[in-house]
Design a protein around this ligand. Structure first.
Ligand SMILES: [Zn+2]
Length: 372
């Protein structure tokens, strides 16, 4: 059989049309799969909910929330999403071409970086509702020595309704950091700090507070420098749920020998029932696990008050799951000494209770105060 040129091309076109028709549905499905990122659902049996996590570092860099969801994987159900309120200045006269990205890598000042809240909100709003449900974004970009800090917090809520659950982690006393911040040094006795806690009570914002319990060196072995001041302030704001990060300890701020007794004083005081503690930061594991006896002491306190402690990593802008999750696994010897009930509450349930409650209250405040 012979066919002319026109017939040949008609035949070819028909063949390709048929082929294209047959391929249409699989091609559409494939293109949808690649165009729309897969929503990352909450794992069924997570190990922890992370009450203390920083998406960005001291130079405002870090993974996107969607990248971080991959890092959380099936180990972490929900997570607080904190920026860092401070930016380390890259002062060329101090560092030259050596890039400082941590506050201990330069003598130059730190300054409050308010844009962090807008950047975080924008990233959160780009997630699917299912993904958003796994995060509790926190407002951090305010200066706690400024009477206008509350204006900033309210402005963030009004500009980005439906996003934020609380404020913090923000720092009052923090080893090396407080003295590096340009401007007035933060203090628990500053009225601006009281105004922030008052506002948190009124709106229902959950507060994550970093305040060292002591100075780095203190000859008084039983009375940490800031303990009483902090407790007195917390007592004045009973309606604000406050998580005292790391129980007031730090890389160099060691526990006094009576640290667990001081925690018990707070835990047993009905006027301080709104105060919680997180077990975040690998740096504090060295104190908890100093000896088998200290680990047992901490476990006894937590087993007696399991509703007052929360697991967290205090990981900063991690790029791998291994790096991220080791800030929690380092606490395994302590977790192993907790009762099943206490372990579940600390790792998972207290997060849901506290963050869930704050989420509802803040959404309610927004409904009443923010015109949409
Ligand atoms: Zn932190």
């Amino acid at each position: 059989m012979t066919i002319n040129i026109k017939q040949y091309f008609d035949y070819k076109a028909l063949k390709y049309k048929g082929l294209l028709r047959a391929m249409f549905i699989p091609l559409m499905v494939m293109s949808l799969m690649f165009a729309v990122p897969q929503s990352q659902a909450e794992p069924k049996n997570p190990i922890i909910n992370d009450s203390h996590f920083h998406l960005t570092n001291y130079v405002q860099k870090g993974p996107t929330p969607r990248e971080f969801l991959k890092t959380m994987g099936d180990k972490v159900g929900k997570s607080a999403l904190m920026g860092l309120p401070l930016q380390q200045k890259w002062d060329f006269f101090v560092s030259g071409n050596r890039v400082p990205d941590y506050y201990l890598e330069s003598d130059a000042r730190l300054y409050y970086y308010s844009f962090v809240d807008a950047a975080l909100a924008k990233q959160y709003l780009a997630l699917t509702p299912e993904e958003q449900n796994r995060f509790d974004p926190m407002i951090t970009g305010f200066n706690p020595t400024d009477m206008y800090a509350t204006d900033h917090i309210e402005r963030v809520l009004r500009t980005f309704p439906g996003v934020f659950t609380g404020i913090g982690e923000f720092s009052i006393h923090k080893e090396f950091v407080s003295s590096k911040i340009a401007g007035h040094t933060a203090s628990v006795n500053n009225r601006a700090f009281h105004e922030i806690l008052k506002q948190a009570s009124e709106i229902g914002l959950l507060v994550v507070l970093h305040c060292d319990i002591n100075t780095i060196r203190n000859d008084d072995k039983l009375n940490p420098a800031h303990y009483l001041d902090v407790v007195n302030v917390l007592r004045k704001h009973p309606k604000a749920n406050i998580i005292w990060a790391h129980t007031g300890l730090g890389r160099y701020v060691k526990p006094t020998t009576n640290h667990t007794e001081l925690l018990l004083n707070i835990l047993n005081d009905p006027a301080l029932s709104h105060v919680y503690f997180d077990l975040a930061w690998d740096e504090i594991a060295k104190y908890i696990q100093a000896t088998p006896e200290t680990t047992r002491k901490w476990a006894a306190v937590i087993n007696a008050h399991p509703e007052r402690f929360l697991a967290g990593t205090d990981s900063v802008a991690p790029r791998t799951q291994e790096k991220y999750f080791k800030n929690y696994t380092v606490h395994q010897p302590l977790i192993d000494l907790l009762s099943n009930k206490a372990s579940r509450m600390v790792r998972l349930e207290n997060y849901d209770t506290l963050f869930g409650d704050a989420r509802r209250k803040v959404r309610d405040w927004e409904t009443r105060h923010v015109a949409r």
